[in-house]
Write a protein that binds this ligand. Structure first.
Ligand code: BES
Ligand code: ZN
Length: 617
C-alpha cells in the first residue's frame, strides 16, 4: 500500500504539497454509452517550494490529455496500475512556472463500470419514459467520476456545465445558475451549477432523469419522478421545521437551498447528505411521516460532516456519531414536551443496534473500534453502525457526565463555529472538548472517562450511559409476554397491544425477538394476524418482521423476503436479509439464484456487498 498517501490511506493524492482549490467540470451525459465525457479544470495551489507533480485519484477513467490551462501546453502524465477500490493514481507534471497557482485541464471520460454512477433504463424507473442516472460518491467513488484529490482532507468549491438530452432534468449538489439550449445541438440542454462553499470531493453529486419538483418550504423543494412527487411532499413536509431546529442547535444554514431528491428504489442508502440536495431512498415513503428521521439526519450533516468534516475515513465517527446525536435532538424537539423521552428512547434503540453490530462483527474485530486504523481497507467494506452508534453513545455519555443538554448543546454550537470549513481528526475534537470544558477538566471530570477504551478499544464501550425507559418499557414488556406465553395463552393478544405504539416502538418490539431463540410458527401466525404485520407499509417494521420470520424458519416468509430485497436496494435492509436467507439451508439456493437473476439491475455497491454475503466473491 506504499503508493497510498501519508495524509489519507484511501487516496494516492499529495494535498500536503499541492492542493486543489476549485473544480470546474464540463461534461456531457451520454445515456447511450453510459459515460460522462468532457473535461475537468483543476485550480491548484502549490504549498511547498519545488513541487513539480500533482498526484490525483482516478478509477476506471480514460484520460485523453492533460494541458496547462493558461498556455494550452500539453503536460506529461502517467496513469498507474489499478489497485482495486482505490483505483489508479494519475501523476501530472506541473507547468514549470514560479507561480504558486496553476490550472490544469484534463480531457477524459468515465467508463460504463464507473462505480459512482448507476444508469437505469426507462423500464427501471417509475415512469418508464426516460432513462435515469444518479451518483453516490461517498466514500471513495468520486475518483471514478472526476479525476481529483479524492480525500476529505481537501475542501474546494466547484462549478459545472452539464450537457444532457433536453427531456432530462439535471441536478447537482450545488445551486443551479441557469440552463439553456445547447448551441451545437438543439436537442440538448446545458445546465450551469455553482457550489460556492468549499467541500470535500465525496459530496459531488449528479442526477439526471424525468424529475419534477414541489415546494416544501421557503428554501426547499422535493424532487422525484412525477409519479411520486405528491406523496414525497406529504412525507417530508416537516423539512423547514427540522432546518430551523438544526439552526437553533448549530448556527446558520450556509448552503442556501435545502432540497430533497427521492431516488429510484435501487439507491443503496437511506439518505446521502449531498449539499443543497439530499438524496433519499423511496423506502422512506411510509405514508405517515414516520421515517422522516432520515431527513433530520441528512439535514444535520449540513453542519456535522459538510461544514466540519472528518479528515480521513478513520475519523468517520466525527461525521456520523455527531450527526446521529443531532438527528435525535431534532426528533425530540419536533414532538414538543415529551421530546426528551423520545430522544432517550431512540438513543437506547441505538445502543441495541450497537450490541447487535458488535455481535455480528465479533467483539474483537478491528471494525468495532470507534476510531478506525484499517489501512488498505475499502471503506465500503468496513462500513457498519459502529461509527454511528458508538459515536452517538460517547457523545450521549459525555453530555450526561458534563451536566446535560444545557451545558452540552452550547459546546456543540461552538464546536461547529470553531471547525467550520475545516477537516479535522479525533485528536482535534478531543483537544477542543478539553479546552471548552477546561473547568470541568481541571476538576477532574474527564479523569473518569476511559478514553482509550472509548476511542480505540474493540467491542462494546467501557460504560453504558443511562437511558430513560418510559417508552422502552411497554414494548419490552410486550415482547417478553410473547416469549413467555404458552400456545394456549396466545388468544390473550389483541391489536390493542400495539395500537398506541409509535412506529419506532413497534420496530423495537420486533427487534427484541432477534436476540432470543426463534418464535414458534404458531406465534408467528398469531402475531401476523393480530398485529397485521403482512400489511405494514413502514419499511423499517417490514424489515424486522421479515427477519423475525426467517429466524423462526417460517417458510412462507421466504418469498416476500426475496421480493423485499429485489424491489428495493437499500443495503441496510438487503444485506442482513440476504445473510439470513443464506444462513438458512432451505432458502440458500433461492437467495443465490434471486441475486444472480437480479444483479444486473442492482447498484454496483450493493452487488459487491451481497456477493460477499453469499460467498460469491
Ligand atoms: N453519509 C451517510 C451515507 C453513507 C455513508 C454513504 C458512508 C456512503 C458511505 C448518510 O448520512 C447516512 O448515514 N445514511 C443513513 C441514514 C440513517 C443513519 C438515518 C442510511 O443510509 O441509512
Ligand atoms: Zn449520516
Amino acid at each position: 500500500m506504499s503508493a497510498l498517501s501519508a495524509t489519507d490511506p484511501t487516496s494516492f493524492s499529495n494535498p500536503d504539497k499541492v492542493v486543489v482549490t476549485h473544480i470546474d467540470l464540463d461534461l456531457e451525459v451520454d445515456f447511450e454509452r453510459h459515460v460522462l465525457a468532457g473535461e475537468v479544470n483543476l485550480s491548484l495551489n502549490k504549498l511547498v517550494d519545488g513541487v513539480d507533480t500533482v498526484i490525483l485519484d482516478t478509477r476506471d477513467v480514460t484520460v485523453h490529455s492533460v494541458t496547462d490551462k493558461q498556455t494550452g501546453q500539453q503536460l506529461n502524465f502517467s496513469l498507474g496500475e489499478k489497485l482495486e477500490a482505490f483505483g489508479s493514481k494519475l501523476e501530472v507534471k506541473l507547468p514549470t512556472s514560479a507561480d504558486k497557482k496553476c490550472d490544469i485541464t484534463i480531457k477524459y471520460e468515465t467508463s460504463p463500470e464507473c462505480s459512482a454512477l448507476q444508469w437505469l433504463r426507462p423500464e427501471q424507473t417509475a415512469g418508464g419514459r426516460q432513462p435515469y442516472l444518479f451518483s453516490q460518491c461517498q466514500a471513495i467513488h468520486c475518483r471514478s467520476m472526476v479525476p481529483c484529490q479524492d480525500t476529505p482532507y481537501v475542501k474546494c468549491t466547484y462549478t459545472a456545465k452539464i450537457t444532457a438530452p433536453k427531456v432530462i432534468t439535471i441536478l447537482m449538489s450545488a445551486l443551479l445558475e441557469g440552463s439553456k439550449p445547447s448551441a451545437s445541438d438543439p436537442g440538448k440542454t446545458v445546465y450551469s451549477f455553482r457550489q460556492k462553499t468549499p467541500m470535500p470531493s465525496y459530496l459531488i453529486a449528479i442526477v439526471g432523469g424525468d424529475i419534477v419538483s414541489k415546494d416544501l418550504g421557503p428554501r426547499s423543494k422535493v424532487w422525484s419522478e412525477p409519479e411520486l412527487v405528491e406523496q414525497s411532499a406529504f412525507e417530508f413536509a416537516e423539512t423547514e421545521q427540522m432546518l430551523q431546529t438544526a439552526e437553533k442547535l448549530l448556527g446558520p444554514y450556509v448552503w442556501g437551498h435545502y432540497d430533497l431528491l427521492v431516488l429510484p428504489p435501487s439507491f443503496p442508502y437511506g439518505g446521502m447528505e449531498n449539499p443543497c440536495l439530499t438524496f433519499v431512498t423511496p423506502t422512506l415513503l411510509a405514508g405517515d411521516r414516520s421515517l422522516a428521521d432520515v431527513v433530520a439526519h441528512e439535514i444535520s450533516h449540513s453542519w456535522t460532516g459538510n461544514l466540519v468534516t472528518n479528515k480521513t475515513w478513520d475519523d468517520f465517527w466525527l461525521n456520523e456519531g455527531n450527526t446521529m446525536f443531532v438527528e435525535r435532538k431534532i426528533a425530540g424537539r419536533l414532538v414538543g414536551d415529551s421530546g426528551e423521552q423520545l430522544r432517550q428512547f431512540k438513543a437506547l434503540c441505538g445502543w441495541h443496534t450497537l450490541i447487535e453490530t458488535v455481535d455480528d462483527l465479533g467483539k474483537e474485530h478491528p471494525y468495532t473500534k470507534l476510531v478506525q486504523d484499517t489501512k488498505g481497507v475499502d471503506p465500503d467494506d468496513s462500513f457498519s453502525s459502529i461509527p454511528y452508534e458508538k459515536g452517538h453513545a460517547l457523545l450521549f455519555y459525555l453530555e450526561q457526565l458534563l451536566g446535560g443538554p444545557d451545558v452540552f448543546e452550547p459546546f456543540m454550537k461552538t464546536y461547529i463555529d470553531k471547525f467550520k470549513y475545516k477537516s479535522i481528526t479525533t485528536a482535534d475534537w478531543k483537544e477542543f472538548l478539553f479546552t471548552y470544558f477546561h473547568e470541568q477538566a481541571a476538576a477532574g471530570v474527564f479523569d473518569k472517562v476511559d478514553w482509550d477504551g472509548w476511542l480505540y478499544g474493540v467491542g462494546m464501550p467501557p460504560v453504558k450511559p443511562t437511558y430513560d425507559m418510559t417508552l422502552a418499557e411497554s414494548c419490552e414488556t410486550l415482547a417478553k409476554r410473547w416469549l413467555d406465553s404458552s400456545e394456549e395463552q396466545l388468544s390473550g393478544f389483541t391489536y390493542s397491544d400495539v395500537e398506541q405504539f409509535l412506529p419506532v416502538q413497534t420496530e423495537q418490539f420486533l427487534a427484541a425477538f432477534l436476540n432470543y431463540s426463534p418464535l414458534s410458527h404458531a406465534k408467528i401466525i398469531k402475531m401476523r394476524d393480530t398485529y397485521k404485520f403482512d400489511e405494514v407499509k413502514n419499511s423499517e417494521i417490514k424489515f424486522r418482521w421479515l427477519r423475525v420470520c426467517i429466524k423462526a424458519q417460517y417458510e412462507p416468509a421466504i418469498k416476500p423476503a426475496l421480493q423485499f430485497v429485489t424491489e428495493q436496494g437499500r443495503m441496510k435492509f438487503v444485506k442482513p436479509i440476504y445473510r439470513d436467507l443464506y444462513n438458512w439451508e432451505t432458502s440458500r439456493d433461492q437467495a443465490i439464484s434471486t441475486f444472480q437473476t437480479n444483479r444486473n439491475q442492482m447498484h454496483n455497491t450493493t452487488v459487491q456487498t451481497v456477493a460477499k454475503v453469499l460467498q460469491l466473491a
